[in-house]
Design a protein around this ligand. Sequence first.
Ligand code: HSE
Length: 311
Amino acid sequence: MNSVKVFSPASIGNIGPGFDVLGLAIDGLGDTVEAREISGNEVVIENIFNADHDISNNPDKNTAGIAAKETLRALDIKNGVGLTLTKGMPSGSGLGSSAASAAAGAYAVNELFNGGLSEDELILAAMKGEAYVSGGYFADNVAPSILGGATLTQSIDPLKVSKLGTIDELILVLIIPNIQILTKNSRDVIPNKIDKRHFITNMANTASITAAFCKNDYALLKDNLIDMIIEPARTKLIPWLADIKSAAVKAGADGCTISGAGPTIFAISNSHQRAKKIKYEMEKEFNNHGVECTGFITTPSNAGSREVMMD
Ligand code: HSE
């Protein structure tokens, strides 16, 4: 029987003010899905490894399972598929965990049956899986997980997604606190009405970040991660955010904000030496608040989902 193994990277949704439209694949973290043809015509989640929280093995309640079923439907294939999901990041951390599983599920099934779907079709299949757990229909994690680099979602219906590229100088300092925030809950706090001045600032910053990734220009990204609308609303779920940001900026960060729906916080720099200091100071500030965390320094991943060697 055929089988394939696919890795899909973690991602930072939003990239500051680009709520639901900008996303960035990151190096060093991600999920793996092995897909194999099995007899019958069902999708079966055969194994889930390395999960830090309960993840359903019901294919209708599992992001990789839903995405795999959507992919089979889009390919018009009725074969049975067995999936093994290996988590490579914490769930509910704001690093696109459910999106990476969904992306890997869709990509693996497409590869298993010889890759008939387009990137847009794969993104749509993975979005169905992501929507089940996140309570929202958006592509800012799924798109970078599939395409790599930074991505822009111009529209979700019809789907229009562009890969913007990456910024070679960009270094990301990620601090993942040992708590879980469900995207669903983090979306419930978003205000329905916004201040016009905040809207203008967010638009200007989102446009600058988009241009920065198109032009591979760190200077355009620097100082533009400021989000006047969503981040302040989410602060009630991440009460130590202001102190962590202040510690990052004092240590030399060129910006610091929530990754996705949180609680991971990321800061940016273009210096490895400063990045180490920023990580140290951010971790120290988390400790001051009595919150356990794991920090690491990484870079964007220009590669998205890809087939990897079987063990
Ligand atoms: N754009 C989504 C949000 C990303 O911020 O709710 C979730 O990771």
